[in-house]
Design a binder for this molecule. Structure first.
Ligand SMILES: [Zn+2]
Length: 450
């Protein structure tokens, strides 16, 4: 494993408890951990990889808390461009029905590569459909090749149209089989140790596609094996109406009765939570994956991120699937999160630094990790390093850190995970991205019949 020196960074935003920012300092790492931070003259080091970070900003690797990687095969689909959540889904389900195991692999490889070149070093993915023999390992294999930390979730859908759910029956699975496969992938892949590169979480898709019994059984299984739980909640008004009509309750009561609150649970979206439900999240340590681009794209609403944070709710950012974003740049998501809060609450209510904190430390907290998300001695050597000598940043010398959010979001000069450079100036280090882009194009065109 590399002995890595990042020297003379213009700015290091540590995202530690004091949110310390360092000027013209260096970082030394061994065995994937941060060993020294400060002036290089004080270091005792023996580096085999040296990065000159003059005119560069170093932040902790970004943490993505919600994605559906397979959806990058159906970006911008015309039939769903101008639809809200339910119409958007029902127009895309028939296409997703033809996804093959090789499509899960290639979409994961391309989607995570896109995340990595923009600075993400840890990503979760919510894979909730397994057509044509697809398995969770199809994407785990791709994630390991990219080299980022990966939180794979074994998702599920069990209530199809014939039982009053939204998805076609053909995309649902038998509940007993789902639970057996959840246990199988936990036992096969989940690494609970510090600095883990691969964790498993369990993730029934949404109130409108699984039964309450599956939610309960999944929570029990997850807790038996100490893995986290993830689902969609309160995404828009249609979602709230469905929950009230089918279960006779609000989303907060739904998750509380099913055991879906706690430090080990994070919910995506939550745009429509009311005051009592925000309090429930705060009291129980339940996390939220905030996905502003998708919420805007689908017209779901403006999530009250400002209120959530002020009330002490754990919040990270998620790009959401690439059929409803349709980008996988987490820095862009942080920019949109800030802008959207300003639309609702005023220009002084959400700062660029708070957006960056939410995209790094916030995401780490939502994924229940204290080994990533900050640049501190003993933490993971995960960094996103941005070059200030790019046209988008030119003239931003008064505050290069804020420029990451206020200017056009950049690709990184270096993305480093577990002490290794995994991408450099938009190129993945482990493989030739262009070869896989060709395969991704072929898979996407096959699915779309083009
Ligand atoms: Zn989602």
């Amino acid at each position: 494993m590399s002995k890595l020196l990042i020297k003379n960074a213009s700015v290091i935003a540590t995202m530690d408890d004091d949110r310390t920012e360092l000027i013209n300092k260096s970082i030394y790492c061994e065995d994937g951990r941060i060993i020294q931070i400060g002036v290089i003259e004080s270091f005792n080091f023996n580096a085999d990889v040296v990065i000159d970070a003059t005119d560069m900003v170093v932040i902790p690797g970004l943490v993505n808390t919600h994605h559906h990687l397979f959806q990058n095969l159906t970006r911008c689909y015309p039939g769903s461009q101008n639809e809200s959540l339910f119409g958007w889904l029902t127009n895309l389900y028939p296409i997703w029905n033809n996804i093959l195991p090789s499509d899960i692999y290639i979409s994961t490889l391309i989607g995570l590569s896109e995340m990595v070149i923009s600075g993400c070093t840890t990503s979760s993915d919510h894979l909730y459909l397994f057509p044509n023999g697809s398995k969770l390992e199809d994407q785990i294999e791709a994630a390991m090749e990219v080299g980022c930390r990966f939180h794979a979730t074994r998702g599920s859908m069990s209530i199809g149209e014939s039982k009053g759910g939204l998805p076609p029956d053909s995309l649902t699975e038998d509940e007993d089989y789902i639970l057996k496969d959840c246990q199988r992938v936990i036992e096969k892949f989940h690494d609970s140790s510090d600095f883990s590169m691969l964790k498993i979480a369990l993730a029934p898709c949404s109130p409108f596609s699984v039964s309450q019994n599956l939610m309960k059984q999944t929570a029990k299984l997850g807790r038996d094996f100490s893995v986290s739980l993830h689902t969609h909640l309160a995404e828009n008004i249609e979602d709230i109406i469905y929950t009230q009509e089918h279960f006779g309750m609000r989303p907060g009561q739904y998750i509380e009765e099913l055991g879906w609150v706690g430090n080990d649970v994070w919910h995506a979206h939550c745009v429509k939570l009311n005051k009592e439900e925000i309090d429930l999240f705060s009291r129980t340590g339940t996390g939220i994956a905030h996905c502003p681009c998708s919420n805007m794209r689908l017209g779901s609403g403006i999530a009250p991120l400002r209120k959530w944070i002020d009330e002490g709710v754990k919040v990270g950012l998620g790009v959401d699937g690439s059929s409803s974003n349709d980008s996988g740049y987490l820095l862009s998501e942080a920019r949109q999160a800030m802008l959207l809060q300003r639309v609702n609450f005023g220009a002084n209510k959400f700062s660029p630094r708070e957006a960056l904190f939410t995209a790094t430390r916030g995401g780490a907290e939502v994924l229940n990790r204290d080994d990533i998300g900050q640049i501190s001695i003993g933490k993971a050597a995960d960094f996103a390093i941005y070059d200030l000598n790019k046209i988008a940043m030119s003239g931003a010398w008064s505050d290069p850190l804020a420029a990451l959010i206020l200017c056009t979001p950049l690709e990184t000069a270096y993305t480093i995970c577990n002490g290794e450079i995994i991408s450099q100036n938009g190129h993945l280090n482990n493989f030739d991205l262009n070869l896989f882009l060709e395969k991704h194009k072929a898979a996407s065109k096959r699915l779309l019949g083009l």
